[in-house]
Design a protein around this ligand. Sequence first.
Ligand code: BGP
Length: 488
Amino acid sequence: MSFRKDFLWGGAVAAHQLEGGWQEGGKGISIADVMTAGGNGIPRRITDGVLPGENYPNHDAIDFYHHYKEDIAMFAEMGFKAFRTSIAWTRIYPNGDDEEPNEEGLKFYDDMFDTLHKYGIEPVITLQHFEMPYNLAKKYNGFMDKRCIGFFEKFARTVFTRYKGKVHYWMTFNEINNQAASPTDHNLIQEGGVLTTNDNPDNEYMMYQSGINELIASARAVQIGHGIDPENKIGCMIGYNPVYPATCNPKDMMEFTTANHIKYWFIDVHAVGEVPHYLEKYWARKGYQIDISDKEREELRKGKVDYIGFSYYMSFATAWREGNDHYDFSEGTALLDKNSKAVSDVVNNPYLKKTDWGWPIDPLGLRYSLNLLYDKYHLPMMIVENGMGAYDTVEKDGSVNDDYRIAYLRAHIEAMREAVDEDGVDLLGYQMWAPIDIVSASSGEMDKRYGFIYVNKNNAGEGDLSRSKKKSFYWYQKVIATNGEDLG
Ligand code: BGP
């Protein structure tokens, strides 16, 4: 037996990427609602509010808001044991700083969770997935302002209370660490909701300050969630794409160590409850006065997570270069530029093929990651995203023969099985990204498809939104039915 009997097989999405209904049911505007469409290699933009004549693909997305019953029925047909999505903060508190929650928004998720439970599907819920209320970004500069910790706390308390008994698996902030790899993605310090420009010299400082404030907010949410229901399992969510040294040159090893520190210090705060020593040193060197009180440090210790949720898509390689002998963060911070192109100290890994969007494909890296995280933190883990964005072709008979997607997922699930079987890591579940075609987070495209379920809508917004099953639908159905034994 490789996977536990109650292994949580399923799929993951985020509210803003599929729900649509951006102004329905009393919902407010989120930062995802002011993000324009980009393209493969074309960055998205954040506009100053919702402007006429701009294209905002998240506004309608795939209209899960009205199709969720039909879509969940299809997930159930595949045999899903779990479904990961987020609660759109702006459905509950439309402006983020409202006095009272919006009942219609709360009711929407009640109905969605009831539908999931009807089929025995466990909801796995992210509190904040790139969808902070735009008002909080605009009025407070997001998590740069400590008042946002309180607003998040209130939101968390509201949903923990309301969905007590309906939701047991939670995560606080999606890919909280992504902002460290590309601090000014889309003129926004992602997750922290800090609006800025790419050339602002304070970006790095703001990333650290808002990141610390989010971590305090996360630690408070963990404590509140445990207080409301001791059955709650509350995890962090890390975008884990390991960085390898290009060679065994000790200088490459140091470069690799630094790169991993830059990208993954957030996990130490979540899982150990401490700001890592190297980071304190770096702040001191840079003269960053990060506002974190002794009381807040105590809160970090008390609000450690129950499990590590992480996404895994790819790995990177890094090499020392002339003039970078200090292994200083500032010399290697931007591992990806805003077009998701590798820059800085990232080098090509000649052993790996890439997707059409240039993401290196590395199944064995998943086994490596599971081992590394388990060795270091000794916490249960859940893979909460893993998948391959690809251009799909619909055949004349309506079928989509996505063998490339099956091959990607098969290889990753095999690597995951080896990590469990041979290495003994403690793994709670696997949520592939994304079981149904949705709007891409990085590019805003519809044609960057991940799903087992095809959605008839393209980048231009054309299509009747009808859903159909791809070849991979039947493949995943068999994988779940055999608890991962039959990957053929
Ligand atoms: C992760 C995000 C998701 C998701 C995924 C795929 O970083 O948590 O929201 O979108 O990446 O990325 P993309 O949609 O850009 O292909």
